[in-house]
Ligand binder design. Structure first.
Ligand SMILES: NC(=O)c1ccc[n+]([C@@H]2O[C@H](COP(=O)([O-])OP(=O)(O)OC[C@H]3O[C@@H](n4cnc5c(N)ncnc54)[C@H](O)[C@@H]3O)[C@@H](O)[C@H]2O)c1
Length: 560
């Protein structure tokens, strides 16, 4: 039976038939033959997802000092029904990922159609042609409960399979560069034994040339620069591998302006990535308790943080918003904790801060549902059956990436409490976590399983027209600092909604003037870490009473 893979835009691609593999390998061999004549090194990037697709283009776009391309890149993607569509798209010169960076589309188009230094394929035989293999397949951490990261495990099946396949195909002295974020110890204690075993089976006596260098890619407008123009850390399993990875990175990314840090062992490079992200998760998490403190004691945490930030030593203090999402921060600490026991064999429990931070971040957004409930209650409206509009589905401002966004939990919790949810996000076309909630992010690991009454959320479609979305709402939740939401005029919002509504600010989006105006218009306002709203509310009430007194005094004085 024919199988198909459907792109996010709905285009249907038939998966390749067995006889197409030989033809495809012949196509690649011919191209590679020409490219080698031009003196170019052949790089296979395995996994053309969020990271691999753009990394492949960065490598394909690299040039020597005379402006000549130095690499030919083959983006390799397994032909699964879920991912195959990325290959034909890339081969048209189109990015297989949604990117807000204006550099992504022209760069991929240029490399595929003009420089002809980039192609994509489904056949693992491409690996036979590689001088360098860059591994960008995913390595997940699967949590079994909500708010308990220790109850979970690393899922490195895709990575392990990829490494075995690579070892079966590559020439012995190809460099294999793992960019995937992995549990510390993986390169030497998982990848090396897997590849060595296959090498021995193939009668290859040398060791695989393995190295690790993690990505610091940031989705958003500087996506390309965050790969090409940014500092890198790397390490190889032996001197030769280290020398090769340094040479490769110097040729493809901007190490003149962003010098490389070369560490002694891959476990150090792997640990650097995990510590870097655990650090960030932690400085965000510790503010959760101060956020509650602020709400309960009349403090505006946003202003407090601005006051602290002026100290250069504290300039990276950041307001956590409604939880910490994205693909990396929620999982990376888990990979480290898991590795301590399952790769390195320790039994004791040394990790206190990192899991606590992740647990706090993973559940922080549930508090937004409480604020919404309380704001509606103050307006004498029940939450059940209330029409609530969530502004922002993604995990970060001005990007369309919804992975592990705090907004997902807000929707799930409010839904199980009986509210009717609508969502607006200018950057998100499909919120797959809902539309395909029975298979996304995997059939067994949708967050759906931690909440009741979630079935109807499969019909939750992201609205594009803000006015239409606002019409008739009982509450609006400002969840993400998208630029579209920063200057919304309270008068317009209330007018469009049709009546005063509850307004919840999760990210310091409303300034005091707007908060005051919402109160004047008869709305109720609450916000994460924004205890001072009560003062503004009291002020508005006092002003109103004063005005009424003055009016009644005038009325009396005017009476004949
Ligand atoms: N997305 C980010 O913002 C970000 C930032 C820094 C680091 N990272 C790390 O980069 C790595 C990759 O992340 P991503 O966001 O690109 O993931 P992704 O899921 O978007 O991409 C992985 C790709 O690998 C493919 N793949 C899996 N097995 C394969 C196989 N055997 N052969 C060929 N292809 C295969 C998948 O189909 C998918 O297209 C992860 O370790 C992640 O933690 C991601």
């Amino acid at each position: 039976m024919k199988q198909y893979s459907i792109s996010p835009d709905g285009e249907k691609f038939q998966l390749p038939e067995p006889e197409e593999y030989t033809r495809e390998f012949e196509r690649l061999k011919n191209i590679v033959h020409d490219q080698r004549d031009k003196g170019r090194e052949i790089v296979v990037v395995m996994g053309v997802g969020f990271v691999g697709a753009v990394m492949a283009a960065v490598v394909a776009d690299s040039e020597d000092e005379n402006g000549n391309p130095v690499k030919f890149v083959i983006g390799m993607q397994r032909p699964s029904t879920r991912s195959y569509w990325k290959i034909p798209l890339l081969n048209r010169g189109l990015p297989p990922v949604q990117a807000e960076d204006p550099e992504v589309l022209p760069m991929i188009h240029r490399c595929v159609n003009e420089k002809k230094t980039l192609t994509a394929t489904f056949t693992y035989d491409a690996l036979k042609l590689a001088d360098v293999v860059v591994v960008d397949v995913q390595c997940d951490y699967l949590k079994e409960s909500l708010g308990d990261v220790k109850n979970g495990q690393t899922d490195m099946a895709a990575l392990e399979i990829s490494l075995e396949i690579i070892a079966e195909h590559i020439i012995p002295d190809a460099l294999v560069l793992i960019e995937t974020t992995v549990a510390p110890g993986t390169t030497e204690q998982v990848a090396y034994p897997i590849m060595r075993k296959v090498f021995r089976k193939r009668g290859i006596e040398s060791d695989p040339l393995l190295a690790h260098s993690f990505e610091r890619v940031m989705p958003g407008r500087h996506y390309v620069a965050s790969i090409r123009d940014f500092w890198r850390v790397c390490s190889g399993i032996n001197q030769e591998a280290t020398g090769r990875v340094v040479k490769f990175l110097e040729e493809v990314i901007n190490t003149d302006d962003y010098p490389l840090t070369v560490l002694n062992r891959p476990i150090e490079s792997e640990t650097a990535k995990i510590v870097e992200n655990s650090y960030r998760a932690t400085i965000l998490a510790f503010l959760d308790e101060w956020s509650l403190f602020a709400e309960r004691n009349g403090v505006d945490l946003i202003k407090v943080l601005e006051a602290i930030k002026v100290r250069p030593t504290h300039s990276n203090i950041i307001f956590p918003g409604p939880g910490i999402g994205g693909y990396c921060l929620p999982k990376d600490g888990g990979l480290g904790i898991w590795a301590y026991r399952h790769i390195h064999g320790f039994e004791d429990d040394i990790f206190k801060v990192t899991p606590l931070a992740i647990n706090i971040n993973d559940t922080r957004s549930l508090h937004v549902a409480q604020l919404t409930r309380d704001a509606l209650r103050n307006m004498s409206r029940p939450l059940a059956a209330a029409e609530i509009l969530l502004l922002g589905a993604s995990y970060r401002e001005d990007v369309g990436d919804t992975r592990y966004s705090g907004s997902e939990l807000v929707v799930r919790r409010l839904t199980e409490m009986g509210a009717e949810l609508r969502v607006h996000d200018p950057y998100v076309q499909h919120w797959w976590e809902f539309e395909k909630q029975d298979e996304y992010p995997s059939p067994t690991h949708s967050l759906k399983r931690f909440f009741r009454s979630q079935d109807k959320l499969a019909d939750l479609h992201v609205k594009k027209d803000l006015s239409q979305a606002l019409h008739g709402c009982d509450a609006v939740i400002f969840a993400v600092r998208h630029k579209h939401y920063l200057d919304l005029d309270p008068d317009k919002v209330v007018e469009t909604a049709g009546a005063p509504l509850a307004v919840i600010d999760c990210f310091g989006i409303l300034d005091d003037i707007k908060i005051k105006r919402y109160f004047e218009l008869g709305c109720e306002v609450k916000g994460l870490g924004r205890g001072h709203v009560k003062r503004i509310k009291d002020q508005v009430r006092a002003e109103r009473e004063e005005m009424l007194l003055a009016l009644s005094a005038k009325h009396k004085a005017d009476r004949p």
